[in-house]
Write a protein that binds this ligand. Sequence first.
Ligand code: IMP
Ligand code: MG
Length: 182
Amino acid sequence: MAETTIHILDRDFRLSIPEEVIQQKIKALVTRINDDYAGLNPVMVSILNGAFMFTADLVRYLEFQPEIIFARFSSYDGMDTTGEVRELMGVTADLRGRDVIIVEDIVDTGLTMYNVLPKFKHLGAKSVKIACMLQKPEKLRVDLKVDYCAHEIPNDFIVGYGLDYNGFGRNYRDIYTAVETQ
Ligand code: IMP
Ligand code: MG
């Protein structure tokens, strides 16, 4: 049984999405991806650091053979988005003429994906789609099409399942929501 509350650095978090729910949502999502990419060999670009756990679970259910690579962008400092997206580790594969699936942990304001999408298109990708574990639809600030989303959540800050609070909390298999401080 997962702990119902955890403490990370200076904040408390309460259990909000248990492992079983996460896995069930991923399985439902993967059937759509398997249908759309049957017989194809897309490049899946997993966005570090947050998407490492989602990527590891997602790819194990795929029924086609993707090339899997990693890239890293940064926009967050603590619990706030900085609005500026920096490329910390670029794409190493040749994307020309390839179908690309960006694998992201969470789409929040959408700024990261909004800025990253054109980069992949400029590298010559034939198609680029976004697959995310979570999305906070109320916080979306840009015109962004999220092609595959396993689960929508409210406007709260969360940790666990790859997501962090200042680098900590990524290892939890369940997802926890920050408890508001008075
Ligand atoms: P966006 O650019 O605002 O859409 O934010 C995207 C990135 O911010 C995600 O890839 C996450 O790494 C991070 N992020 C957004 N919301 C949360 C959260 O609730 N907890 C931890 N990280 C988050
Ligand atoms: Mg991320």
